[in-house]
Design a protein around this ligand. Structure first.
Ligand SMILES: Nc1ncnc2c1ncn2[C@@H]1O[C@H](COP(=O)(O)OP(=O)(O)OP(=O)(O)O)[C@@H](O)[C@H]1O
Ligand SMILES: [Mg+2]
Length: 252
């Protein structure tokens, strides 16, 4: 697992219809230590996805640098795994084939792939669904396949952009607990984008509040692990931290 550094990052988009420039990210610096879990929150349009897409290498930076373990990001790469809100699974492939797609592309053999599928599907509680097709699964299950598909590539950095936004509240809490468990077990370096404050506080070690492309505040989340909703829902420290972040987002 690798560290991640954003150094004075800025992003300006050109609007070809109006012929104007729009500054989406302004001088953002952030250090994410190896094996750390950082959440980024902020109102719609504040630049969360732009930051994630630049780290992923999908969107070029206007100025500043992104370093993964000291090496500058120049484009997408297998060292960074990405999970989006829409899981974008291959509908014609089974769950197991979806999960092992990355390893297959890298030339990993059939036997080894079977092992990877077994391991990662067990991690997500999806062993029973290995031979099913995405359309046969619930939205929450599809989302879990999306998460372990990214993990199966063994990325150094896991980038997640509102991965649980489209599932119901109950499933969402289960997915949050599963992600925490997986992270506590594997310790990938994670950047998790969400506009859900309690989700950010529940999952992360640190919450970055973004406002109009600027870092408004970084809030440490020193809650004990392992974390579960059963324990945290009534926890005073959790409530206080959630309130603090919520006030910041409201003022953003
Ligand atoms: N490809 C693009 N071309 C031009 N402008 C863009 C592009 N992508 C994003 N923007 C603009 O950059 C700003 C930040 O957008 P971004 O998608 O990063 O916000 P966000 O925080 O992820 O919002 P949301 O919570 O709604 O997903 C917005 O003003 C948006 O209109
Ligand atoms: Mg977004």
């Amino acid at each position: 697992m690798k560290s991640l550094a954003l150094e004075n990052l800025s992003k300006t988009y050109f609007d070809p219809y109006r012929g104007t420039q729009l500054t989406a990210i302004k001088d953002v610096s952030l250090n994410v230590k190896e094996g750390d879990f950082v959440a980024v929150v902020g109102p719609s349009g504040c630049g969360k996805s732009t930051i994630l897409n630049m780290i992923a290498g999908f969107v070029p930076v206007t100025s500043g640098r992104i370093l993964v373990d000291g090496r500058e990001v120049k484009g997408p790469g297998p060292d960074r795994g990405v999970v989006f809100q829409s899981h974008a699974l291959f509908p014609w492939k089974t769950v197991a084939e979806n999960v092992t797609f990355g390893p297959k592309m890298r030339g990993v053999g059939k036997q080894e792939r079977a092992k990877i599928a077994e391991e990662y599907l067990a991690l997500a509680g999806l062993s029973h669904a290995a031979d099913q097709y995405p359309a046969e699964l619930s939205g929450g299950m599809q989302q879990r396949v999306g998460v372990v598909r990214a993990l199966a590539n063994n990325p150094d950095v896991l980038l997640m952009d509102e991965p649980f936004a489209s599932v119901d509240a109950q499933t969402r809490m289960t997915l949050q607990e599963e992600l925490t468990r997986i992270w506590e077990e594997r310790r990938p370096t994670v950047v998790f984008i969400t506009h859900d404050v309690s989700e950010a506080v529940f999952l992360a070690n640190r919450v970055v509040v973004l406002s109009k492309g600027l870092v408004l505040e970084k809030v440490e989340i020193p809650l004990a692990r392992p974390r579960s909703w059963e324990r945290l829902v009534e926890d005073d420290k959790f409530k206080a931290l959630s309130n603090q972040v919520l006030q910041l987002v409201r003022s953003a």
